[in-house]
Design a protein around this ligand. Sequence first.
Ligand SMILES: [Zn+2]
Ligand SMILES: [Zn+2]
Length: 127
Amino acid sequence: MSTHQTKQRKAITEAILHAPGPLRPNEIQSLAQEQVPRLGIATVYRTINLLMESGEIQAVPIAANDVRYEPTGRGHHHHFLCHRCNTVYDMHGCSGHMSNMLPDGFEMDDHEILIHGKCATCKESEG
Ligand SMILES: [Zn+2]
Ligand SMILES: [Zn+2]
């Protein structure tokens, strides 16, 4: 791997690591461009695939045609989607007890929760 590729990969990895939640590829691109100004979207996608293969990041499907990426190893957590700024934030912990909601005789393997609403910044800007 060339020095240039290493720098690109580092910038992309750091953008994902320091974000408050999973990022879209175009968000990753604009954050990583602070380190590597001419970073192209094709490189972002290629690096995302490499980081997925190496297990450093994972995909978070938010909606059809909206897959975002976050670091692995953050433990069990859920996400909040702000419908004003379209940012996804990590939430802390889990209220659990989902198995209470299952129909009789069902068994749960896993669950996902996506809360929709307004983030603090958007709520404040509304006055
Ligand atoms: Zn917001
Ligand atoms: Zn949970």
